[in-house]
Design a protein around this ligand. Structure first.
Ligand code: C5P
Length: 262
C-alpha cells in the first residue's frame, strides 16, 4: 500500500476531449449588448426591469449563485458600459465573485468575443449565458459546469420540443403563406438554452476559426468537428424575447417569492 495520490488523468489522444478536471476555475461571459427590438420600444432588453430589478442583474446573480463561478464578465451595449458598471455598483452581488464590464459589438458573436478577450488567465472553463435568460436555476448552471469538468469540450442545456416543427421555404414578406418542405422527426430535436459551457481553449479556437453567422456558441464548436453534448435544460431558463415572455417571467418570480416566504 502507498499513500501516493493518484496521478491526474492524462488526455486521451485523438479523442477531441480534454481530460477530466475537477479543480478548473470557471468564468461566465454574459452577452448583454442586444437592443431587444422584439420586446417593443424602450430600454435595451438587458436593462428592462423584472420584479423591479434589471433583467441583467437577475442573469448575473444566476451565474454568481453557482459556487463554481468566480468571475462574471458582462458585455454591455457599446455605449452603455458606464451605465452597466453603475448598475452593478448599486445591486447586491456575492463578495466571492469578481465582475468585469466590457463594451460589446454589432453581433452576438462579436459581443461574446469581446468577453472572451477580456478573460484573465487561470480560467479553464467558460460559460456563455444570455442576459435574456434571467431565471435559469443554479442546478442547471452546475450541471453544465460538471459536464465540462468531466471532459466534454462543449455542453448545452437542452429540452425536448412541445411543438411539431416544419421546415419551410421562407416567404419574401413576413406573414405571407410559406410552402412547407419537410417535417423533421421531433423526437430527434432539442431546444437549447444557456448557459452553454466550454473548455476555454476550445471556445477561443472556435471564435478564431468560424466566421459564419451563428445563433449559439456550441454550433461553432460543432463546426470544428468536436463533440457537443447536452444536459437537461429547465423550463425556467426560457429566453425573454417577446412581451408575453415578460409576463411569464414576472409570474415565475412571483411564485419564487411565494415559495421563499414559506
Ligand atoms: O438577439 P438574441 O435574443 O439572440 O440575443 C441573445 C443575447 O445576445 C442577448 O443577451 C443579447 O443582449 C446578446 N447580444 C449581444 N450583442 C449583440 C446582440 C445580442 O450581446 N450585438
Amino acid at each position: 500500500m502507498t499513500d501516493d495520490p493518484l496521478p491526474p488523468p492524462s488526455p486521451t489522444p485523438h479523442s477531441g476531449r480534454p481530460a477530466a478536471r475537477t479543480t478548473a476555475r470557471t468564468a461566465a461571459v454574459i452577452p448583454a449588448a442586444g437592443r431587444g427590438v422584439r420586446l417593443g420600444p424602450g430600454a435595451p432588453k438587458a436593462l428592462r426591469a423584472l420584479g423591479g430589478t434589471p433583467m441583467l442583474i437577475h442573469a448575473i446573480r444566476a451565474m454568481a449563485d453557482s459556487r463554481a463561478v468566480s468571475l462574471v464578465v458582462v458585455v454591455a451595449p457599446p455605449d452603455g458600459a458606464a451605465e452597466v458598471k453603475a448598475l452593478l455598483d448599486t445591486h447586491a452581488l456575492p463578495d466571492r465573485t469578481d465582475f468585469l464590464v466590457v463594451p460589446g459589438g454589432e453581433s452576438r458573436q462579436e459581443s461574446v468575443r469581446a468577453g472572451l478577450d477580456a478573460l484573465p488567465p487561470g480560467y479553464d472553463i467558460v460559460l456563455v449565458h444570455d442576459a435574456a435568460r434571467p431565471l435559469v436555476p443554479v442546478d442547471t448552471v452546475d450541471a453544465v459546469i460538471e459536464a465540462v469538468r468531466d471532459g466534454a469540450p462543449a455542453v448545452v442545456p437542452a429540452l425536448p420540443l412541445a411543438d411539431t416543427v416544419k421546415q419551410v421555404e421562407p416567404a419574401p414578406e413576413p406573414g405571407a403563406p410559406e410552402r412547407v418542405v419537410a417535417t423533421p422527426d421531433r423526437s430527434l430535436l432539442r431546444a437549447v438554452q444557456t448557459p452553454q459551457g466550454f473548455d476555454r481553449a476550445t471556445l477561443v479556437r472556435a471564435h478564431e476559426t468560424v466566421t459564419d453567422n451563428v445563433t449559439d456558441d456550441a454550433s461553432m464548436v460543432e463546426q470544428l468537428g468536436l463533440p457537443v453534448v447536452t444536459v437537461p435544460g429547465h423550463e425556467e431558463a426560457f429566453k425573454v424575447t417577446r412581451p408575453l415572455d415578460l409576463v411569464l417571467a414576472e409570474a415565475v418570480l412571483a411564485r419564487r417569492r411565494l415559495n421563499d416566504g414559506f
